[in-house]
Design a protein around this ligand. Structure first.
Ligand code: 5GP
Ligand code: ZN
Length: 306
């Protein structure tokens, strides 16, 4: 699709969501308030995913959308995705620096150089907070975590499917390689079932993360060659521009080694995560079935609100 046509499609869908009150613009692309009905759909998507996860007995946990900076740096987010990163800055100066800050504010001047980096960063994914809590042996049979929270990625866009602040539902499996691979194939089937029941026409594809720059292209090629990331793509803006609404990611022993997480036999644990872009699913559902949930097919309503 030509850029102009795609931009028009973004504006059209976002305009309808705003007009219906489901998205409340906040003045910057990709940051929205949500209607109560939107939130009801969002909760339904998360609950449907949780029901699929239930046989694994995940440990339910909740973390704020912030990562300690040491973890943020350890997972190499700024190294690999500097353009998406959200390190947090605040003011630590004295009265003189404060006076200068106020002067700049009054004059509408930039003031970033008066701020200093804090010990926290916005988390770009739901699974990162989990690994740092696991720096010890996982029990025999491994472990599964479930976490649903806001994430931040600095990618302002008029596309209502691409938000800067968006929610992700994740299950994270940490175990032996065989157990993790079995679990990954189970989730490929579960997601296929979920999108099928929601009538969202998803297809899968091997994908890569948006690593920055020339070095990043090599990382992305490696990720694809080993089929480490598989996305469920929904054609919200047509077959040629599908959007990832869920992904299953296999990290090999990457996080096991980084965080010294060991399986019962003492080897570095392998890990994988199954992620649903829950805000993306909500927008895809409104696009597919219209702005009034009362008129959605009963089969879809039954998946969201059984
Ligand atoms: P991943 O870590 O695979 O990039 O992201 C996991 C899931 O989060 C994606 O499959 C997608 O559904 C969702 N996601 C990623 N980026 C965005 C975004 O910019 N906005 C929204 N609403 N969801 C996103
Ligand atoms: Zn993850």
């Amino acid at each position: 699709m030509a850029d102009d046509a795609l931009r028009a499609a973004f504006d059209e869908l976002r305009g309808r969501l705003i007009e219906a009150g489901h998205l409340i613009p906040c003045g910057v692309d990709g940051v929205y308030g949500k209607s109560a009905e939107y939130e009801r759909v969002w909760a339904g998507v998360g609950a449907a995913a949780s029901r699929l996860a239930a046989p694994d007995g995940p440990v339910l946990c909740s973390f704020p959308p912030l990562l300690p900076r040491v973890t943020f740096d350890k997972v190499e987010y700024v190294r690999n995705f500097p353009h998406l990163s959200g390190p947090m800055f605040s003011f630590r100066g004295d009265d003189r620096a404060h006076a200068e800050l106020i002067r700049r504010l009054d004059e509408g001047q930039p003031y970033a150089d008066l701020l200093q980096q804090t010990d926290v960063a916005f988390t770009p994914a739901c699974c990162y907070p989990v690994y740092s809590t696991l720096t010890k042996a996982v029990p025999p049979g491994g472990i599964v975590f479930e976490h649903h929270s806001y994430c931040f990625r600095h990618e302002p866009s008029p596309d209502p499917m691409r938000m800067q602040a968006f929610r992700m539902w994740e299950n994270v499996r940490v175990a032996t390689p065989d157990d993790v691979l079995d679990w990954r194939s189970t989730w490929l089937s579960r997601f296929a079932e979920l999108f099928d029941r929601l009538g969202l026409d998803a297809r899968t594809d091997i994908a890569s993360d948006p690593f920055f720059g020339r070095a990043g292209r090599l990382m992305a090629q490696g990720q694809r060659a080993y089929q480490l990331k598989i996305e469920f793509l929904v054609p919200v803006f047509g077959e040629s521009e599908p959007t990832a609404c869920a992904s299953v990611n296999y990290h090999l022993s990457h996080f096991g080694e980084l965080f010294d997480i060991r399986t019962a036999d003492g080897d570095a644990a392998h890990s994988a995560c199954a992620a649903v872009g829950s805000d993306r699913c909500v927008v895809a559902l409104f696009q597919r079935y219209g702005m009034e949930t009362d008129t959605w097919p009963s089969s879809v309503r039954a998946v969201l609100w059984p």
